[in-house]
Design a protein around this ligand. Structure first.
Ligand SMILES: [Zn+2]
Ligand SMILES: [Zn+2]
Length: 374
């Protein structure tokens, strides 16, 4: 199975991202409808090519595909490849990480590792609370958080303007020193420069020589319709700044969908109670029901029992992956009349007199089973 996507693009499993891209462009060009004159087979082929590229172009999805042979959320993917050096500490928050998707800002995703020296920035994590209605519609949300930026005064070097960091004299810039240990020599982080490889004689005032300062960042994030608690959004390149020319970390946003007082959610299904009168239950009625989008009408058939579940197709949550919308289940709550006036009492008493076991089949079955000695 795991071989298929690669063979669709005609590349080997260890092809580089660039090779994959080139192979894709070549094939997409070859099977383009303009070239094939709308040939059905070519169209199918193009779809497969697009599908394969869609997964293989993303390092994240490709790694998942290589490991599990699929990229859907059902694989035992427990947040692998995810470094959480950022805030949070993990405690008190156990997200199932069911959903994983990228929100790309500007340039395409795929995080560059290293390059240009320096340490890549740490990832950051945020928790974002949204209402069920917001999860239903999808929403643009402003998030505000603190992160480290390279100091503007010293361009992140940590050295006061006009001066430069010098190569550390103890480790000669390696950041590590060898320490003799009996017969062995052990490599240790350089105590003088703490691994940076550089020493600063005149620290920058703006950042006290750290090269980075804390700053507040505000971002507008697109939260897609259908998210649930445990969904995680990745915003590429919005984490902590890297040192030197190393890339930024990513920002992970953990979604928490708040409970709604009327609607209960289970996956894409929405549940909602509907109180009706016992006469409506007996005679049948067409009633208005609230849903997440608008009011809907529902037909309650004559003789509907308490607890009956009626289905409003497609009125539940939209599907995050684009499959069909969930349903809304309406649970009938028959209300027994109370505080009857004289006239109501008379009518009901008369009704009781002319009722028999045919009116109440459930009661009849119950009595039969008692008398039958079962
Ligand atoms: Zn500075
Ligand atoms: Zn050093």
């Amino acid at each position: 199975m795991a071989q298929e996507l690669y063979s669709t693009l005609g590349v080997s499993r260890d092809a580089s991202q660039d090779e994959i891209r080139k192979a894709y462009l070549k094939l997409a060009h070859k099977y383009h409808p303009d070239k094939t004159g709308g040939d059905k087979e070519a169209e199918t082929k193009l779809k497969q090519i697009n599908g394969a590229y869609d997964i293989l172009k993303s390092k994240e999805k490709r790694a998942k595909y290589d490991q599990y042979g699929s990229t859907d959320g059902s694989s035992p993917f427990g947040g692998g490849g995810f470094s959480s050096q950022g805030g949070f500490g993990g405690a008190g928050f156990e997200a199932p990480f069911e959903d994983f998707f990228d929100v790309l800002f500007g340039q395409g995703g795929g995080r560059k590792q290293g390059g240009g020296g320096g340490q890549p920035g740490n990832d950051l994590e945020l928790r974002l609370k949204i209402s069920l209605k917001e999860a239903y519609k999808g929403i643009k949300k402003k998030v505000r958080f603190n992160r480290h930026e390279n100091c503007g005064d010293c361009s992140g070097t940590g050295a006061a303007p006009g001066s430069k960091p010098e190569t550390c004299s103890q480790c000669n810039g390696a950041g590590q020193v060898r320490v003799a240990h009996g017969f062995f020599s052990v490599t240790r982080t350089c105590p003088k420069c703490a691994g940076a490889g550089k020493s600063i004689s005149k620290p920058c005032r703006g950042c006290s020589g750290k090269g980075q300062v804390k700053s507040s960042r505000e971002l507008s994030v697109d939260v897609p319709a259908g998210v649930d608690s445990g969904s995680r959004l990745r915003v590429t390149g919005e984490g902590e700044a890297g040192t030197g020319r190393a890339p930024r970390g990513d920002l992970y946003i953990h979604i928490h969908v708040e409970d709604h007082k009327l609607f209960k959610r289970d996956g894409n299904t929405i549940y909602c109670d509907l109180p009706i009168s016992f006469t409506q239950a007996a005679l049948g009625a067409t009633l208005r029901v609230p849903t997440l989008s608008k009011e809907a009408e529902i037909k309650v058939p004559a003789g509907t029992q308490n607890g009956t579940q009626l289905r409003l197709r497609g009125m539940g949550m939209p599907d995050l992956r684009g499959y069909s919308d969930g349903d809304q289940i309406v649970i009938i709550q028959v209300e027994t009349p109370s505080k009857l006036n004289k006239r109501q009492k008379e009518i009901l008493e008369e009704f009781q007199e002319i009722s028999d076991t045919k009116t109440y089949p459930k009661y009849k079955r119950f009595m039969d089973s008692i008398l039958g000695g079962e």
